[in-house]
Structures are given as C-alpha cells and as structure tokens.
Design a protein around this ligand. Structure first.
Ligand code: HEM
Length: 532
C-alpha cells in the first residue's frame, strides 16, 4: 500500500503549527507587534531599520507568480488509483500490475482560455490532468474532457492560443469563445472542425468536475516486459455519469457563483462524497496501425469505440482537498514527458511539441530548474540526480556530481538491466527532413460529421444555438461566412440553420457539401516516407 506515501511526504513539509508558538520573522525571531511600523515619534517617518516591516511588505510584494499561459484557472485534489487486475500483458508500468497496490495521485481540473480569476462555467474545454506518484517515479496523464484537439501539429499551438485568448487591443473577452480572432483562425484552419463541434456541444459546459470524462487524446504506447509495444488511448469515465449544464444555467452560474465547479469539487470532498473515475484503455496492436481510415497519430481523430472497445483497467478516487491552493494546485507541474517504464510516446506531432513545451514553460512559471523539489511535484521515490544549484535549490547534496566518476561519494550508480530503468521504445524511423503535413492527416470533416450525426435532436439544437450565439458576436462578416462554408462541409443542415441565425447567406446546396474523402492508402511505405 503506497497510498499514504504522499501524505507522509507532505507531513514533512507542513508549516509549523501557529498554535504552538508566537509569530516570528522569517529568521525565527519572535515578534510582539505587527500592526504599526517603527517610526520616529508617533507621527514621524518610518525607519529603514524596521526589518519586520521591510520583510513583511517585501514578501507580500513578491507573492504573485505568472499564471499558466493556458489552463490558468483550476482546482485540484489528492486521491488514489487502483488497477482492477494486472496489465502485464500490455505494459510493465509498475502501478498497473497489482490490484492491491494503491498509487497516490494529484488531479487538477481547469478551464483553458480564461485567466485565473475568470468564471468556471464558461463554454470551454476542461483540463483533466493526473499525476500518479508511482513506485517507479511520476507519471503524468495530461488530458482534457474532450477526446480530440483543435490542431494536428504543436507548431500551430502559439497561433491557436493567440487567436483563442482575448483580443490583443482590449483583452476582451475573458473566458469565452465568442470573438473574431478565434473564428478567423478556425475558419482558416479546417482541421479544427471536429473539435469545434465538441466545443459547441454541451460537453463544453460540464455540470461538475465530478461528472466529466477525461481523455489522454493522443495515441500513446504501452510497452511490456519484453519490449513489445501496443498503441493505447486513455479514457477516464466519471462514476456519476456525464452531465452538463444548459446554456442559461451556465450563464446564471457564472454571474451568481463564478466558482461553481471549484466549490462543487471542494464541498463534495469535504462531505465525503468522493469523486470517482474509471480508467479505460483502447488497445491497438502495432500490426493494426494502418487499419483505420484516419491516422492514429492525428490528434483530431477518435478511434471509434465500435472498432476498438474501451477496456476498464482501474479506478481513481479523489478523497483529500489540498492544504494550500498556491503551494499545491498552483505550483503543480504536469508534463506529458513525465512517463514511467511501460508507457511511451508515439510520433503524434502534437504530442512531440507538448513534450518540449511543458518543461520549458514551467522553468519560467515556477522560477528555475528546481520545481520538482516542491512537495506537490516530488516523486515518492528518491530523486538521485547529478543536477545541482539553481534558484530555489533546497537539497543538501554531498560529494561529486558527474559521470563517469572514479572518485565516488557523489554520482549514483546507473540502474542495472533488471527492467527497472526507463528505456525508450526502439521504434525504427527514417526519412528526409521535411516540413510537410502527412496526407493521412487531411480529412478534416468526416469525424466532425460523425459527431453531428450521433447527436439527438435536442443536442443538435443546443449545438446550433451555440454556433449562433458565438458566431453572432463576430463583427467581421467574411469570417462568419467562411465559418458557415466550413460547416457546410460538415453538414449542410447544420450550416443552414447557423447561417439563418446569424444573417449569412448559405453556400449553394451541394457546392461545399462534404463528401467523405477517399483516404490515402494507409501503409508504412506511404506514411513513413520522406514526402517525395
Ligand atoms: C497546460 C492539456 C496541447 C502547452 C495544460 C493543462 C492541460 C493541458 C490539462 C493544464 C495542466 C495543469 O492543470 O496544470 C492539453 C491537451 C492537449 C494540449 C490535452 C492536446 C492534446 C498543448 C500543446 C502545447 C501545450 C500542443 C504546446 C505546444 C501547454 C502549456 C501549459 C499547458 C504551456 C501550461 C503548463 C504550465 O504552466 O504548467 N495543457 N494540452 N498544450 N499546455 Fe497543454
């Protein structure tokens, strides 16, 4: 049972009990008066030597750190994960082997677009990031509540986020998707269409973080003890079912209680109604990589569950609120690159970009290279590195710190070949260096249409209303028109209903109507090629 290892570690870091002694300075000197500055006489100037005043105000002056560049607003909780049975057949990840082993977790739910102080119930994607403190180091599953993403290649992420965030001249709107730059980008970049269907659906206004699915989005790779790989898609399913607000409720909640979702999570945990989620996987043997009419490396596509059912492998319970929002929820650092033996990447270009971006942003957000020493980020296994120094170093390292090293005393030995160490999956890749999107990524509409067709009448009505509301706020008429043209490629009926609601003429019936594109023949030769 390792569930309590994280708790024992946190105990180590708890600040001194205020009931057990007087107020002190940072240097531990007792203070008997904190309400008045040290002055010359009762009405004279404040003295430079008032170290208590200077320390108190200086510390306050430095209390803020940059908010996350995306997903700035969030709520977190601790809990545990338990597998239902051993997954040794597919992965050697230690935390997926033994149903009697509980792995501690920290989860952070978030909105994407708005700043830290924005409202919870806006139309937006929700982040669902889980840090597993496993016996082989930290594993982060950094997912969202929607199974696909807006773009296919991470090099477009800065463009997308610049378009999504408030407009540069006036910082409007905070926490909503109704504005020109977003729709300009979306209508020019049709790979966004599938995700935009999800974003305009009720999935974008969840009733509660406890009633929300989570998805790893990318195709990842499980690796077993023999080094065999299996493609895997991760799914979290809430035990309470998936529930959304309706638009008017979301609007009202944003006004009456901007903390609607955060409060719900906090209060449920305080009341002992612990949120629970089942972890499921879609497993795809490597030999089936090219058996789909889309590319498994394309993060704008789902793998339909009719083709590959979701297999439940474990469950997670969130049973403890953090002690301190800033120290834990704000300072937690998730990173898709945090993997453990048995879980590996694929060449999804969105994932590859993320593997660079998270550590990079955290170096500035958390003030230097030692943020993994913060209690919420520390693994429960010892981190024995040769990394030294840097801002906020808290460890007392002894001895030398280089390798190879014949003097001893410092550098830890390398792990043996006992399967404990991480070894990268030995995928064979070759090709010319090129900047070119794979042809297999170019069907932007089929799955958007699949999503629309799978909706009930009332769900379709909500989607049309959402498009009308959001696009109705767009001032540039050509952006509205171009978005309707894109929608016509998804579904003509959808596009005409939206067009009517926002005063835009429809394209000729059939002119832009989507016909499923013939997928390029998917094969290793065609796809891993050099683009020639
Ligand atoms: C933050 C999910 C794509 C860069 C986050 C968070 C989540 C998330 C859940 C919040 C983590 C937290 O709670 O602290 C996703 C998903 C993506 C995606 C599911 C696509 C499948 C990208 C891409 C990039 C990126 C393509 C960059 C190339 C960032 C950055 C942060 C972030 C810089 C802030 C991290 C921090 O300050 O700690 N993302 N993201 N994301 N994401 Fe992503």
């Amino acid at each position: 049972m390792t569930e309590d290892r994280k708790e024992r570690q946190r105990d180590h870091y708890r600040a001194p009990d205020p009931a057990e002694g007087p107020l002190t300075t940072d240097q531990g000197v007792a203070v008997d008066h904190t309400d008045d500055s040290l002055t010359v006489g009762e009405r004279g100037p404040t003295l430079m030597e008032d170290f208590h005043f200077r320390e108190k105000v200086t510390h306050f002056d430095h209390e803020r750190i940059p908010e996350r560049v995306v997903h700035a607003r969030g709520a977190g909780a601790y809990g545990y994960f338990e597998p239902y049975e051993s997954c040794a057949e597919f992965t050697r990840a230690a935390f997926l082997q033994d149903p009697s082993v509980r792995t501690p977790v920290f989860v952070r739910f978030s909105t994407v677009q708005g700043p830290r102080g924005s409202a919870d119930t806006v139309r937006d994607v929700r982040g669902f990031a889980t840090k597993f403190y496993t016996s082989e180091g930290n594993y982060d599953l950094v997912g969202n509540n929607m199974p696909v993403f807006f773009i296919q290649d991470g090099i477009k992420f800065p463009d997308f986020v610049h378009a999504l965030k408030p407009e540069p001249q006036n910082d409007i709107p905070t926490g909503a998707s109704a504005h020109d730059t977003l729709w300009d980008f979306v209508s020019l970049q049709p790979e966004t269409m599938h995700m935009m269907m999800w974003l305009m659906s009720d999935r974008a206004i969840p009733r509660s973080f406890r009633m929300m699915q989570g998805f790893g989005v990318h195709t990842f790779r499980f690796v077993d003890a023999q080094g065999r790989g299996t493609f895997v898609k991760f799914h979290w399913k809430p035990k309470l079912g998936v529930h959304s607000l309706v638009w008017d409720e979301a609007q009202e909640a944003a006004g009456r209680d901007p903390d609607f979702n955060r409060r719900d999570l906090w209060e449920a945990i305080e009341a002992g109604q612990y949120p629970e989620y089942e972890l499921g996987v879609q497993l795809i043997p490597e030999e089936d990589e090219f058996n789909f009419d889309f590319d498994l490396l394309d993060a704008t596509k789902i793998v339909p569950e009719e083709q590959v059912p979701v297999r439940p492998i474990g469950h997670m319970v969130l049973n403890r609120n953090p002690d301190n929002f800033f120290a834990e929820t704000e300072q937690v650092a998730f990173h898709t690159g945090n993997v453990v033996p048995g879980i590996d990447f694929t060449n999804d270009p969105l994932l590859q970009a993320r593997n660079f971006s998270y550590l990079d942003t955290q170096l500035i957000r958390l003030g230097g290279p030692n943020f993994s020493q913060l209690p919420v980020n520390q693994p429960v296994t010892p981190a024995r590195t040769n990394h030294r120094d840097g801002y906020h170093q808290t460890m007392l390292h002894k001895g030398t710190n280089y390798s190879p090293n014949s003097l001893g005393g410092g550098c830890p030995a390398l792990a043996g070949a006992d399967g404990y160490a991480f070894s990268h999956y030995a995928e064979r890749v070759e090709g010319h260096k090129i900047r070119k999107r794979s042809e297999s990524f170019k069907d932007f509409y089929s799955q958007a249409a699949l999503f629309w067709n799978s909706m009930s009448d009332w769900e379709k009505r909500h989607i049309v209303d959402a498009f009308r509301f959001e696009l109705g706020k767009v001032a540039a008429v050509h952006v509205r028109e171009r978005t309707v043209e894109q929608l016509a490629r998804v579904n003509y009926d959808l596009a005409s209903q939206v067009a009517q609601g926002i005063g835009v003429a429809m394209p000729e019936p059939g002119a832009n109507n989507h016909k499923p594109q013939a997928s390029p023949a998917l094969s290793l030769e065609n796809l891993q090629g050099d683009g020639s």
